[in-house]
Write a protein that binds this ligand. Sequence first.
Ligand code: PLP
Length: 459
Amino acid sequence: MKLSTTQRANSLEARDVAHILHPYTNAVVHEAEGPLVLAGGDGIHVIDRDGNRYIEGLSGLFCASLGFSESRLVEAAHRQMQTLPFYHSFGGRSHETAIELSERLIALAPVPMSKVFFANSGSEANDTAIKLVWYYHNAIGKPQKKKIISRQRAYHGVTVASASLTGLPYTHKAFDLPLPGILHTDCPSFYHHGLPGETVEAFATRCAESLEALILREGPDTVGAFFAEPLMASGGCIVPPPTYYAKIQAVLRKYDILLIADEVICGFGRLGTMFGTEAFGLEPDMMAMAKQLSAAYQPISALMVNEKIYAAVRDQSGAIGTFGHGFTYGGHPVATAVALETLKIYEERDIVGHVRDIAPGFQSALRALADHPLVGDVRGMGLIGALEVTSDKATKTPFDPSLGVAAHVGKRALAHGVITRAMGDMVHLCPPLIITAAQVSDLVARIGAALDDTLTWVE
Ligand code: PLP
């Protein structure tokens, strides 16, 4: 359709460019290319305003587990809006859906947990965990034990403290981050950091030794906590070696360091277990969750804390006069009602069982793309995976970043009707958990076509 100059100036695309500062977007490119404006959803598909359908190969942002047209979630929100559209949890106020949701989460916890703190985003949940690490150590009389260790390539959010945990340069560069006292140890990616001739097992040992060396350099009495996303999703879909966490946790126990599991993406079935904590045998003191908690239909996050942490918070708040932390919308009734309904759907439809059934086909179809001339590595677990492009498979040499090869795969995938996410040299896939086996084959075939197009473009 040919638009007049006035129509073009008044288009949604033009109004977007004129008024929205987009997150995680190159503003210069955005001014030139404009947005993709979505208008509707249907199962695993989203539909743009010209009526083009796309498989949402990333569940939005690793979150829309039940797809884009789950009417039960709409009804749950509507019912709650009609009864109690807002209330907060400050000063001991409460309401039924928050209470019921917290009970369900504690019952689902893979390790004993005591209380649930509600917030609105993964970043807020992780910020809360950081503050609790500090609060806890003040409460138990170890005020010097405050440093926190995260990992290179980790993604834990973008608020000042959670962005400091994040181990990706673009979340720090020009933002004057990370905060002092937040440190980064090795990323457990064998593909990127394994040495020639090194076994995966030896690599895991080396990661744990490197963590211990960092703790000793800093002084064990000054290190309070370690943050881990079980499978490092946004950082490159990095699946740590099988013995990695056992070795890491032995070091943490030795120096009395808390473990926080960031379940923001792994939580609620993504890996074929309810939580990544189970998949990797973690024993966290706190667990952060968001995204699939409400299937992304409402913004909500939660931080579960064990009794050890809660007891210290209770005593400290008693001494100070209040627990001085909380968000106006934390535990919002509409968000908790939707999350509760989401958890009911997961249980009724055995969503974890469904992921276990579908995942082997998804993983083997993706791995078949490893033979493609552009693909250096294929990684994944459950219903999450990533392809890493390389200019030389043998040496794993990355393409010149200015070429934007992975980004081109993403563009061609869009042309083939798939939305995915290209970051660095990686193309990420994380489809809605309701995807069927036939849809998996279709999705991966379209990614294969996008790779073929890109190969022609590169050559
Ligand atoms: N933690 C992990 C593992 C994430 O993947 C994300 C977001 O992608 C966050 C935390 C931050 O969540 P939010 O964007 O809701 O603040």
